[in-house]
Ligand binder design. Structure first.
Ligand SMILES: Nc1ncnc2c1ncn2[C@@H]1O[C@H](COP(=O)(O)OP(=O)(O)OP(=O)(O)O)[C@@H](O)[C@H]1O
Ligand SMILES: [Mg+2]
Length: 390
């Protein structure tokens, strides 16, 4: 009989191999930055997703168990529950509740699927916000997700959002190379202060959540520059969102597949105001997740998202910036895209990475070949250590 910490089950490797048909190809659900994920069925019939952390990414047993214990205590309708784990020599596996309807990324961007309608998008935005608000504001200890992106929003059969992989980046942060490649892999969602100095707070999750809202709203990938000239999604949004909030016309923002009145303008205003506030340059000016939950539900006047800066008092709540892309009081120091590109070039000097933006990172969302980063990590002791120690 498996034993465990708290309400988490400790599985043997043999039990998980049996549950997944020997980690068979047929049961492979996908692969992310941490390793393979297989579907499994436990002896009682419960469906699970088994994530094998890459060899060498494991912490010591004691630290691993402590983190697993923290994560497994978290239970919320919009958070994917950790049901167990396995430590077997150097192997580390995590066993999650199975979420049947793939990811938000898949439903937004895969070809040949029905268009997600407006109500579904709003429900996903709200569910994910509730899950994150719980992690940030109700958990003890509080948990910063660190890797919010559409691929980490799983969906159930009713298209309710289930936030996956919270705390996982911390669980594997001992593996330096792995974390640095992962940070690179999700660059399009990264808060600028986290990217530039490694400063990690709940507000860096809020930034990434804001990027995900932009993705829901527009149907575009964060790294897709084809529709926005030199600007990425964030810089484009910093110009376009305040304008739309000013004139109440959201037609140019919403996913072209939803145009022709297939969205509710009142709800669009809420979503747009939340996105605009979440991708602010200054972390302290971004709202808390609980404020976003209220705003999306219509329980918070949208002006409250303006962080106390009232129109006519040193900058309108959502004023469009006056200068070039993203400059001006609202969004601070210049273009997000340009800043991230500078950081990326400095961190990954290999020609393989130097010329293009996140969306076109080779194997986007997956670990890149480690060699260039290994080299980089050795050369940059000190200055770049934030990339590997967060
Ligand atoms: N609990 C789960 N239930 C069902 N499918 C899952 C579950 N967890 C993961 N998956 C599937 O496995 C795939 C890979 O997940 P994984 O988390 O490893 O990758 P990722 O989210 O793209 O990257 P990251 O490593 O940054 O989280 C997902 O795209 C999803 O389809
Ligand atoms: Mg994931």
């Amino acid at each position: 009989m498996p034993s465990g910490l708290g309400d988490t089950t400790a599985f043997s490797y043999a039990e998980l191999a049996a549950a997944t048909g020997g980690f068979s190809e047929g049961n492979l659900l996908g692969q992310g930055g941490f390793g393979y994920v297989h579907r499994g069925v436990l002896p009682g019939g419960r469906e699970v997703a088994v994530k094998q952390l890459k060899a060498g990414s494991g912490q010591g047993e004691r630290e691993f168990q402590a983190e697993v214990d923290t994560i497994s205590r978290v239970h919320h309708r919009h958070l994917v529950a950790l049901v167990g784990y396995c430590i077997d020599g150097a192997r580390r596996l995590l066993v999650y509740e199975f979420v049947p309807n793939s990811t938000l990324e898949h439903h937004l961007h895969a070809k040949g699927l029905p268009v997600m309608d407006w109500a579904v998008r709003l429900r996903i935005a709200l569910g994910a916000a509730k899950g994150l608000a719980y992690l940030h504001e109700e958990c003890d200890p509080r948990i910063i997700h660190r890797d919010i992106k559409s691929a980490n929003i799983l969906l159930d059969d009713n298209f309710e959002a289930m936030v996956a992989d919270f705390g996982l980046a911390k669980l594997t942060s001992v593996n330096h190379t792995h974390v640095s490649t992962r940070v690179m892999g999700t660059f399009g969602y990264l808060a600028p202060e986290y990217a530039s100095s490694g400063k990690l707070t709940e507000k860096s999750d809020v930034f990434s959540y804001g990027v995900m809202l932009l993705e829901l709203l527009t149907g575009r990938r964060p790294g897709d520059r084809s529709s926005y000239g030199q600007d990425g999604l964030v810089d484009w949004a910093r110009q376009a969102l305040p304008r739309a909030l000013g004139d109440g016309n959201y037609d140019d923002l919403v996913d072209p597949r939803l145009r022709g009145g297939d969205y509710d303008p009142t709800e669009a205003a809420r979503l747009v105001a939340c996105a605009a506030a979440s991708v602010r340059h200054a972390a302290r000016r971004r709202p808390k997740m609980s404020q976003i939950v209220m705003a999306l539900q219509g329980d918070l006047p949208l002006e409250e998202l303006s962080d106390g800066v009232r129109p006519g008092h040193g900058g309108a709540a959502f004023s469009s910036s006056s200068g070039g892309s993203g400059s001006g009081s609202e969004y601070g120091s210049g273009s997000y895209t340009a800043q991230m590109e500078r950081i990326r070039r400095a961190a990954l000097p290999s020609p393989e990475y130097s010329s293009e933006y996140p969306g076109s990172i080779p194997e986007y969302g997956h670990p890149s070949p480690a060699s260039s980063v290994d080299r980089d990590d050795r050369r940059r002791q000190g200055g770049r250590r934030w990339l590997v120690h967060d």
